[in-house]
Write a protein of this length. Structure first.
Length: 492
């Protein structure tokens, strides 16, 4: 498949696909039969067009988080000219800032905690991650995510405590012995894996303290940690260039490239065999680009229908509580257990989210009446009654995103969220309740401390609860907790 179709070719392909898939089937000389015969004559042992469409839809759902992750990896650690580049593999890059509207590689980024980013290449040898002692009042976490978008481990305040420690991260094929003194060993299911360090920032003046913690994060190859001879380097890879902006036009091309670095396992071997049967992945039996136009058009339709299923899951696969979607979408391999639709929904909802026990993410696009949030049409309020702020062990925040892109928005006061560390500067009502003003224009100087700037258009809101309490009142278990997020109300 070429990197991009022109709009004319796309429309023609979709029209052809509709014709061949939904009319004239069952005859020896119908369009489907003719296309399949042409492919057979070329020596392409592809399934029939209808079966190809079904498999391509499964491929989209299975592959969405893998492709999104592959594109982020390219932008962060492969392409130095991407505009989002952080550092080469096995080198920690720390940001002495929170994310803003200029950060576009990852959808729904958090703007609460300055990030430190580490892309691991575990092919040659394991990597050692070391963390410093961190004050108990400061939340921090080290989230380990592999190329399958599985959260395969955690280090940090909740998971391992606030003391200093050394942790070993190994690749899928590692069979060695961990050295003495290691607190824990984490095994990735893929040779390339992302590590996200989140360090809580209390206010602007606190940044030097955050930087001090970040300086204590270390990553060393096991051989360097042990002061031993370095093993042979892994072969250099010429990764297929990929960008997050290019996913829509190049999805199956990116998936084909990404699957080279995602080993076949017991839980994915069935879907991987299906993908290979239509020319996708390292086990493919022909080149996808050689398919007939009819086959390619069927794949385009499949991608749209797969995406629709992901959207439907996000809309209905979680509990609706006062317009907020509340559920548990993120976890490890056992958590998903082959549920590729849930994994795809998690990625589209906000890839690299945490396990529910680490953080919860109620999200909404609608107000109390179910009407779509739109900053060009309404002003809104979000009111927490007295004594009913989000129940957390760490902190909470409400973050504003553009409803179309799910990215942070540029605004006149450079405020992308309101969080619990900001409470002392905010104004409460006489009854003790806290009201947030969600609108594109200032609500006035007297209310500006409580203002969360909105876009001039569709709104996407995410409420984050870091370290959610597990005793009442609690948002846990996900979707069935005793604490419920209040509805967004359109101002009259």
């Amino acid at each position: 498949m070429k990197a991009k179709f022109s709009m004319v070719v796309k429309c023609a392909a979709l029209c052809i696909a509709a014709a061949v898939l939904f009319s004239g089937c069952g005859k020896k000389d119908d369009p489907i039969a003719k296309a399949e015969k042409r492919d057979e004559a070329k020596g392409i042992a592809a399934p029939g067009i209808a079966e190809t469409k079904a498999i391509a839809e499964e491929a989209f759902i299975y592959g969405l988080p893998i492709v999104m992750n592959y594109a982020v990896m390219n932008e962060f650690s492969v392409d130095k000219d991407s505009g989002q580049y952080k550092a080469p593999f096995n080198v920690i890059h720390s940001e002495a800032r929170v994310f803003t509207y200029k950060d576009t590689a990852v959808v729904t980024p958090n703007s609460d905690t300055p990030y430190s980013i580490l892309w691991l290449d575990l092919r040659a040898e394991p990597m050692m991650i070391s963390v410093p002692a961190v004050a108990k009042a400061r939340y921090y976490s080290v989230q380990l995510i592999d190329g399958n978008a599985y959260n395969y481990g955690y280090i940090g305040s909740r998971a391992t405590g606030t003391g200093a420690g050394d942790y070993l991260v190994v690749g899928p094929d590692w069979k060695g012995q961990a050295p003495a003194g290691i607190k824990e060993v984490f095994q990735s299911t893929t040779p390339f894996a992302l590590t996200i360090f989140r360090t809580q920032l209390f206010n602007d003046a606190d940044m030097p303290n955050v930087v001090k913690v970040q300086t204590g994060y270390k990553a060393l190859p096991l051989s360097a940690f042990l002061k031993q001879a370095t093993p042979p380097a892994a072969p250099k890879i010429n990764f297929l260039p990929a960008t997050t902006a290019g996913i829509k036009d190049n999805f199956y091309q990116y998936l084909d490239a990404a699957l080279q670095y995602v080993p076949v396992t017991e839980d994915n071997k069935a879907i991987r065999a299906k993908l290979a049967s239509i020319g996708i992945g390292p086990g493919k039996i022909f080149e996808f680009k050689d398919l007939s136009l009819e086959h390619k058009a069927a794949v385009l339709l499949a991608m749209k229908e797969g995406d629709d299923k992901v959207d439907k899951y996000l809309a209905s696969g979680m509990k609706d509580i006062n317009g907020w979607k509340v559920g548990s979408l993120f976890g490890d391999r056992a958590f998903y257990n082959g549920d590729w639709l849930k994994r795809a929904a998690a990625a589209k909802g906000g890839i690299y989210g945490n396990d529910a026990i680490e953080a919860m993410y109620p999200m909404t696009r609608v107000d109390a009446t179910g009407e779509t949030l739109d900053g060009s049409k309404h002003n809104y309020t979000l009111t927490f009654p007295a004594g009913q702020l989000p129940p957390v062990n760490a902190f909470w925040s409400v973050t504003m995103y553009d409803g179309k892109t799910q990215l942070l928005i540029e605004n006149p006061i450079n405020r992308y969220l309101i969080n619990s560390p900001m409470l002392p500067a905010m104004k409460k009502s006489s009854d003790g309740s806290l009201t947030l003003y969600i609108q594109k224009d200032s609500p006035g100087k007297g209310k500006e401390a409580n203002w969360l700037p909105a876009p001039d258009g569709p709104i996407y809101l995410v409420l984050r609860l870091y370290g959610p309490k597990d005793t009442p009142p609690s948002i846990l278990p996900a979707g069935h907790g005793t604490w419920k997020p209040p509805a967004i109300v359109a101002s009259k």
